[in-house]
Design a protein around this ligand. Structure first.
Ligand SMILES: NC(=O)c1ccc[n+]([C@@H]2O[C@H](COP(=O)([O-])OP(=O)(O)OC[C@H]3O[C@@H](n4cnc5c(N)ncnc54)[C@H](OP(=O)(O)O)[C@@H]3O)[C@@H](O)[C@H]2O)c1
Length: 344
């Protein structure tokens, strides 16, 4: 990676430790609620599932008696690979046998499959209270999505857009008065220079160097914040009051996310990973800002915000606030969905 990328990333890291505006013991009782976590099969997402399930122990049963505990939120772990998700489910059930978790397949690299996954989910659920749009990754390869898009925008943005737009009519109409959509972005969204997203260059092409890898990751995370901000406006303009959406940066967390970069760095890879580990918070702490947005009574009814660790309201980048860019991305995304729907 060119030095400039290191400087950009290092410069965007807060001084640790983060100020704590939320903690696991503040998570309220979620009994009866239904939660969906894309990317719940690994890293931070798995911790979101764990915490969502552990609320009774933390809130209602200060003296843990797990066997007697009644069920907490029902959690759907959405991922590509069932084996990885089932491992997380078994792990959680080992410590919380009453936990109610289910794997649901979601392949975000295809608009049609993201739509199909959302439709199949709607066949299973009676209600949906919490939707974490959380899956993400760092792209170093040439491979495009099924729809011929660059994987960052294609998977992290377009897959999630198709998924949530298919769920939206149900989320709005169900008789649940507090439905929370939480979008996982990253502080890296602010590293992207103007124009932010050039819609003429979103086809697959291999990043020429690791600096471009970092910028493409930032671009996908910028799209996450733009989409969240625009969705909040769309809901408001339609007079929808029961569904809110907010985006956030979970912090710097040592997970599998940065392993592709380490591989590209060859013999410097272990050094890079060591440095990352040194400045990281734990995945448990990394899950807390997302959980603040999906569970805290303090954010009930709040929409279109951007938050940083741990549960602190912040300003997203100027580009992410750019209304013309929000609208353009929204229209472009609707066109992508329409193109796929008309050809199937
Ligand atoms: N770690 C950090 O420091 C950091 C910082 C800022 C933001 N974030 C964001 O946090 C989120 C989670 O990152 P993490 O660090 O927990 O990474 P991770 O451990 O690599 O987990 C990524 C998750 O995304 C899922 N995923 C990847 N590609 C997918 C696809 N095509 N379709 C469906 N699911 C897919 C993976 O599921 P399967 O591979 O099992 O399908 C996995 O569950 C990402 O959005 C990331 O951008 C992380």
């Amino acid at each position: 990676m060119r030095p400039v990328a290191y400087v950009r990333i290092a410069g965007s890291i807060d001084i640790l430790p983060y100020k704590r505006f939320y903690a696991a013991d503040k998570i309220p009782d979620l009994t009866g609620k239904v939660a969906v976590v894309t990317g719940g099969s690994g890293g931070i997402g798995a911790e979101i599932c764990r915490y969502v399930m552990s609320l009774r122990l933390l809130a209602a049963f200060p003296k843990p008696n797990r066997q007697l505990a009644i069920h907490g939120a029902k959690v759907y772990i959405l991922a590509r690979g069932e084996a990885r998700a089932q491992r997380i489910i078994s792990e959680i059930k080992e410590s919380r046998p009453s936990a109610d978790l289910e794997f649901h397949e979601l392949r975000l690299d295809s608009i049609a499959e993201s739509i199909a996954s959302a439709k199949a989910l709607l066949q299973k659920v009676q209600r949906l209270d919490i939707v974490h749009l959380h899956a993400g990754f760092v792209v170093t390869s040439l491979e495009g999505t099924v729809d011929g898009l660059e994987p960052g925008i294609g998977i992290e943005h377009m897959g999630h857009f198709a998924f949530i737009m298919t769920l939206l009519p149900f989320l709005e109409k169900q008789s649940v008065d507090d439905v929370r959509i939480v979008v996982t972005s990253s502080r890296n969204h602010s590293l992207v220079p103007r124009p932010g997203i050039d819609f003429t260059t979103l086809g697959p092409s291999k990043p020429k160097d690791l600096d471009e890898v970092a910028l493409r990751y930032g671009r996908a995370k910028l799209a996450n914040v733009l989409m969240s901000n625009q969705l909040a406006k769309v809901l408001k303009s339609r007079g929808v009051t029961n569904v809110t959406v907010n985006s956030h940066d979970p912090g710097v967390i040592f997970t599998d996310l940065f392993k592709p970069i380490a591989r590209e760095l060859g013999c410097f890879g272990p050094l890079y990973l060591g440095w990352y580990k040194l400045i990281s918070i734990t995945p448990q702490e990394g899950a807390l800002t997302a959980l603040f947005l999906s569970t805290s009574p303090d954010v009930k009814g709040i929409s279109g915000g951007y938050y940083v660790p741990i549960g602190r309201k912040a300003k997203c980048s100027k580009l992410a606030q750019d209304e013309a860019l929000q609208k353009k991305l929204w229209e472009w995304s609707e066109e992508q969905m329409a193109r796929v729907s008309s050809s199937s």
